[in-house]
Design a binder for this molecule. Structure first.
Ligand SMILES: [Zn+2]
Ligand SMILES: [Zn+2]
Length: 402
């Protein structure tokens, strides 16, 4: 017996044959998928990512030359320059998402998958996998890679400039690529079942299901730690509505300075130029770089706006106990949870640019207040979608029948 993580329906999913998948009968969530999934492939990719991140962080990512002057950047050099210039929040969050957490996530994931593969079941395995899953959202080598691409194509557009991808850039490219494959090749349910089997409960017994690993337990276990993953068992995510509402309001308030204030400033031939998100997108279109313009428009304007409005709608509809579009709203919540992390492309692009575009008095680039507000919006909306519990959508429907 397992409980759907999105709508809470108790379903009996038998062990799946290879190459098949199980979907929730009520909301369509992927419950288990064995087609195209393999623990061995996941382990190889996770370990490969971890190893490639080392040269990817130590060696130069990009190098540029203009009028006989040369600059190169490493991931850490952009972060330390932002730190030195007192953009502390931007430096800390970029350092965490692009540098520190990818190492933690893929190190931990490799350890968990290797232990599962070897057939050992130590006590730390469940909590270890819970943390590795939680970090899936916050470790963003793939998003940083997209920011690197944006930076690269913007620089090669400058006619006087020579741009070269460094050895670190190729390692980072491979690491981010493997990270994406490892994400696609691991089925969460298969790993949870390998760590500990699903519980047996009778159909009419009142139950509580773990909000992390979906293990079903008798209702009187609520308040205790989940025997499989160690998370505190509660019928719904704690204070889901209160937290999601507070975080969404905070993100909404910061969305205005994030869009009105400049994201970055640059000195070009002694003249300061500032860029808001919208001006940056407009300039990309004006220069004929419309694919980049579309990427930045989607990640920096459309996704955060959609998330804030969407969370507002979800919270409002749960408050009104709306019984409409239950499956649609659940899918929408899943969708905005998935796409949210890609909003970080623009702030990451600043850390790519700052060390490359500092040529004494000729040219320089720096972050501006809008970027701090923007990265705060991204973090707040990510937290809001994580704190919200889509099972609350279905509680309204259930109240009708009981
Ligand atoms: Zn469901
Ligand atoms: Zn659990």
């Amino acid at each position: 017996m397992i409980a759907c993580p999105d709508c809470g329906l108790l379903e009996d999913v038998p062990a799946l044959a290879a190459g098949s998948n199980a979907e929730c009968a009520l909301c369509g969530a992927d419950l288990e998928r064995t087609s195209g999934r393999s623990i061995t492939a996941g382990l190889c990719c996770a370990l490969g990512t971890f190893i490639l991140l080392i040269p990817g962080n130590l060696l130069p990512l990009l190098s540029v030359g203009i009028f006989g002057m040369h600059n190169q950047n490493r991931l850490a050099s952009g972060i330390s320059m932002l730190w030195d210039r007192d953009w502390l929040l931007l430096a800390i969050l970029t350092g965490a998402f692009a540098l520190v957490l990818p190492f933690v996530r893929f190190g931990l994931l490799s350890a968990v998958l290797a232990t599962v593969k070897l057939g050992h079941r130590p006590r730390w395995l469940g909590p270890g996998y819970r943390w590795a899953l939680w970090l899936d959202v916050w470790a963003m080598p793939d998003v940083y890679l997209l920011a690197g691409f944006v930076g690269y194509f913007r620089l090669i557009h400058v006619s006087e400039m020579s741009v070269k991808v460094g050895a670190g850039g190729y390692c980072f490219l491979a690491a981010a690529f493997l990270a994406m494959i490892s994400r696609a090749s691991i089925d969460r349910r298969t790993i949870w079942r390998a760590i500990a089997p699903e519980a047996e409960v009778t159909e009419d017994e009142p139950t509580v299901s773990c909000t992390t690993c979906d293990l079903v337990q008798p209702l009187d276990c609520a308040g205790r730690d989940c025997p499989r993953c160690g998370a505190r068992l509660s019928p719904r995510k704690p204070y889901a509505m209160l937290r999601a509402t507070a975080l969404t309001i905070a993100a909404f308030v910061l969305f205005f300075p994030a869009n009105i204030l400049p994201m970055n400033t640059s000195i070009q031939l002694g003249r300061p130029v500032t860029y808001t998100i919208f001006k940056g997108v407009q300039e990309l279109f004006d220069n004929g770089l419309w694919p980049l313009g579309i990427i930045i428009f989607c990640t920096s304007i459309a996704i955060p706006g959609l998330k804030i409005l969407g969370m507002g709608w979800l919270i409002w509809s749960v408050r009104c106990r709306s019984k409409k579009h239950l499956a649609g709203r659940t899918k929408f919540h899943r969708f905005i949870t998935e796409i949210g992390r890609w909003s970080n492309v623009d702030p990451f692009a600043i850390t790519v640019f700052v060390p490359l575009m500092t040529f004494g008095s000729l040219a320089s680039s720096d972050a501006a207040w809008g970027s701090t507000a923007f990265i705060a919006v991204v973090v707040l909306t990510l937290l809001a979608t994580m704190c919200f519990d889509s099972r609350l959508i279905w509680d309204a429907a259930e109240s009708e029948t009981t």
